[in-house]
Design a protein around this ligand. Sequence first.
Ligand code: HEC
Length: 154
Amino acid sequence: MASKMHVSTSKARWLILLAAAAFAQPALADIEFRHALDDSVLDLAPIKGEEITDAVKAFRKDGVNPYSGSADALAAGKTLYEENCQACHLEDGRGGMGPSLVDNVYVNSRANTDVGIFEIIHSGASGAMRSFSERGVTQDQILKIIAYIHSLKK
Ligand code: HEC
């Protein structure tokens, strides 16, 4: 009787240990976003009034844009693109004073991934390509703009 008790107690201990180990798994770490020019780690703290949305949180983990292909996001992205980007990259994204965003030539080597494009829109690159975070564009809006840019390639 005493030994049976002992067995079941140690089994229970094992289960508790296993459960604790499962919960203790570290959450998937955020990607480190870096500046296109000097490689410094970007400060992604929210700007005034900005809400860090679930889409942004998910993107920071896996670099996959949750808005790609979403009709609502594309509509919002189009408006934002027209307001903020079109003057230099033109309506169809083929480029004017800023480079084409719809070809496979990248001025910045990082610009071939959504993480790199996010970094450049958020914190700027060289010359006229300034930080849009500093101009009040939120990270959620940046994801919508990126989704829209990709839709221009088709
Ligand atoms: C005042 C002009 C100007 C505006 C407005 C502007 N850009 Fe740019 N953009 C540039 C220039 C110039 C470059 C090239 C920067 C460099 O050489 O590092 C650039 C580079 C880029 C790149 C990297 C391209 C590559 O091949 O490396 C992306 C992506 C980009 N811009 C997206 C945007 C988006 C999105 C917006 C709007 C939110 C925007 N730009 C607004 C001028 C502009």
